[in-house]
Design a protein around this ligand. Structure first.
Ligand SMILES: Nc1ncnc2c1ncn2[C@@H]1O[C@H](COP(=O)(O)OP(=O)(O)OP(=O)(O)O)[C@@H](O)[C@H]1O
Ligand SMILES: [Mg+2]
Length: 165
């Protein structure tokens, strides 16, 4: 099976991809290692990724939502603004970057792109889950084709209107 994982920075893509690839014994493609610098050419990345997507593989990046790859399923991770802020603060992200990423979640940017490019999408809310619990949830959802109903609108709107979390 070919699994993609995408979503807003801080939602736990790398954490889940590593745990899943270890558990399922799938190859893990770290897109961050394939792109250099901040200016990413998505067409180039698509060309680089295509031959790597063989057999059982997990590819993970916020960039792949925008690229039509031959994947069996695209997992879009989500988290509440509060959870995102907490995780990004721990990583010492500057305020502007935290804001930018919460705004991406508010606009549901990754869902919009994923829906453009992929037919099978599984949404997972990672809020309040430990990495281990997230792994269990992802395994169950992948097996049964389940998906979360993401519902952080109120919290996201409060953030957008009043800059409050
Ligand atoms: N389920 C979780 N619960 C709490 N913290 C988590 C969880 N998953 C990941 N984290 C923490 O949140 C931070 C971001 O996780 P991770 O690096 O997996 O996100 P990412 O989506 O890959 O981000 P990026 O797009 O920046 O690479 C890390 O410090 C990680 O330890
Ligand atoms: Mg990552």
């Amino acid at each position: 099976m070919k699994i993609g994982i995408t979503g807003t920075p801080g939602t736990g893509k790398t954490t889940l991809a590593k745990l899943l690839s270890k558990h399922l014994k799938y190859r893990y493609i770290d897109v961050k290692k394939l792109v250099k610098g901040t200016e990413v050419d998505l067409k180039e990345l698509e060309k680089t990724l295509k031959p790597l997507l063989k057999d059982n593989v997990i590819v993970e990046s916020h960039l792949i939502a925008e690229i039509p790859l031959e994947l069996d399923v695209m997992v879009v991770l989500h988290a509440s603004p509060r959870a995102l802020k907490r995780r990004m603060k721990k990583r010492n992200y500057p305020e502007w970057k935290i804001k930018e990423n919460i705004e991406a979640e508010l606009l549901d940017y990754f869902t919009i792109y994923a829906e453009e490019n992929y037919s099978k999408i599984i949404h997972i809310d990672t809020t309040g889950l430990t990495p281990e619990k997230l792994l269990r949830k992802a395994l169950k959802y992948l097996e049964k084709g389940l998906s979360d109903n993401i519902n952080h609108e109120k919290e996201l709107l409060k953030y957008a209107l009043y800059n409050k979390i």
